[in-house]
Ligand binder design. Structure first.
Ligand code: FHN
Length: 447
């Protein structure tokens, strides 16, 4: 099918910037905006929906909601501390909400009055964060919500001529904000669009293609998520010919591909993002209202994503005072300790192409395949099936300690579990070689 606004490219990008995006593998999300002030509570009532949507749950008018700007004064905010926390956690990039659906900007945008510049805090939070993260060697990605509840010209659908005119003004405003972000903060590595699911955007697929081109001209090498895009027919993420639009798929939110059935995802780049509670992105004062994942559950999702050739971004919702809640600080520490010991099986690793086993996940880097063991078997043997013409030459823990490897059948091995009692998922490094030698000692069953 002929498309004017479909995929710009077929297949993955392999340039250095995309390679860096891919090799980073672990990121953190920061959802920070006015919603952190009420933290899920309005007029004495606690709403258990996502805190950053409180304006909608509590039916607060734009005018009343934006009054919160007068209270935006995060006295404990220290960009360097945030960067240290991210560094210690082992994340290689941070995605920051420059502007969420409410429309409040963490940078002093010239195109709206709803920004940090008009709050008691005044300072350019985004600028401080970009500087601090970059100084810590961490890439910065910008989250940007196209849907903007604060703007009178935003439309979720276009039904009249007046809507059409307003929406075109809105798109110009959005272009201006995006150009402003790209030129004020030229070290940004990625734009991650959100709030793009409405009919108004689907009817203006041309604009999504234009934004991708505009940002790529301003910032050569920048990466852009699939959520931005809609094609000529309003088809999103994948165009009407089934080709991914943008540089990586970003529809995996609080869910992951099935590690057995969904291997097709390895054909394109993708990134998943997850919340620590069930569905809270911005700060909510009461986390007891939903299930909160423990650090091993978070780790398992990180490993699972990498084992399927994807990236994982773990969300944090800082408090209105600029500090993080203790649960988040603690989780970041636990993940960081594990990453420090085991990061070798995450960074720059990819889908291994081996049949998944019940004990955990595989990742791969060149001739090393990593086994990340989440379920220690009572048999004390970790069963492995290798692809044809593959041999395991060595199995070790990451500290170099050798483990027993036994060939048990054609293309099958057992690795003995280590003697020590790990209290967390542990990693085994397999060295492999490709060899056409097929052992003729194995006989197929005559059935
Ligand atoms: O509505 C938002 C939500 O608040 C949050 O920002 C997530 C992050 O992926 N995105 C939207 C829902 O898809």
């Amino acid at each position: 099918m002929e498309l004017q606004y479909g995929a710009d490219r077929l297949g993955k990008r392999y340039d250095a910037d995309m390679q860096k995006f891919r090799e980073n593998r672990l990121g953190a999300f920061i959802h920070w905006g006015l919603y952190a002030i009420p933290g899920g509570e309005w007029d004495g009532k606690i709403y258990n929906g996502a805190a950053e949507w409180l304006k909608a749950w509590a039916k607060v008018s734009v005018k009343d909601w934006l009054q919160l700007i007068k209270q935006w004064n995060p006295q404990k905010f220290d960009a360097k501390k945030w960067a240290k926390m991210a560094k210690d956690m082992g994340v290689r990039y941070v995605k920051i909400t420059t502007k969420h659906h409410e429309g409040f900007c963490l940078w002093p945008s010239k195109f709206t009055e709803y920004t940090v510049a008009n709050s008691p805090y005044k300072k350019d939070i985004l600028g401080e964060l970009v500087k601090a993260y970059n100084e810590a060697g961490i890439d910065v990605h910008f989250y940007f919500s196209v849907m903007d509840w604060s703007h009178p010209d935003w439309r979720s659908n276009i039904k009249t001529k007046e809507d059409e005119a307003a929406f075109q003004r809105f798109l110009t405003f959005t272009d201006n904000q995006l150009k402003e972000l790209a030129t004020r903060y030229p070290t940004v590595k990625d734009f991650w669009f959100d709030g793009t699911w409405d009919e108004s955007i689907k009817k203006n697929g041309w604009w999504t293609a234009h934004v991708e081109r505009m940002l790529k001209e301003l910032l050569p090498g920048v990466t852009i998520n699939s959520r931005l895009r809609a094609d000529d027919y309003g088809k999103r993420h994948f165009d009407s010919n089934g080709h991914l639009m943008g540089d990586y798929e970003s529809a995996y939110e609080r869910r992951l591909p099935d590690p057995v059935k969904d291997l097709r995802v390895t054909k394109w780049d993708w990134e998943a993002c997850m919340t620590i509670p069930e569905n809270q992105w911005g700060y909510h004062k009461d986390w007891s209202l939903s299930y909160v994942k423990n650090p091993v559950e978070v780790l398992e999702r990180i490993v699972h994503a990498v084992s399927m050739g994807g990236n994982m971004v773990v969300n944090f919702g800082p408090q209105a005072d600029g500090d993080f809640r203790n649960e988040e600080k603690e989780l970041a520490k636990v993940i960081g300790k594990w990453m420090q010991k085991n990061g070798e099986c995450i960074y720059a690793c990819d889908y291994a192409g081996w049949e998944k086993q019940d004990w955990g996940y595989y990742t791969r880097k060149k001739n090393c395949v990593y086994m990340i063991v989440f379920n220690r078997p009572y048999s004390q043997q970790l069963a492995i099936k290798v692809p044809k013409e593959t041999q395991i030459t060595k199995a070790t823990l990451l500290n170099g300690e050798k483990l027993e490897v036994i060939e048990t059948a054609r293309n099958e091995y057992n690795v003995g579990v280590p003697k020590q009692d790990f209290h967390e998922p542990f990693v085994i490094r397999l060295e492999i070689k490709s060899s056409k030698e097929t052992a003729n000692k194995y006989h197929e069953a005559l059935t």
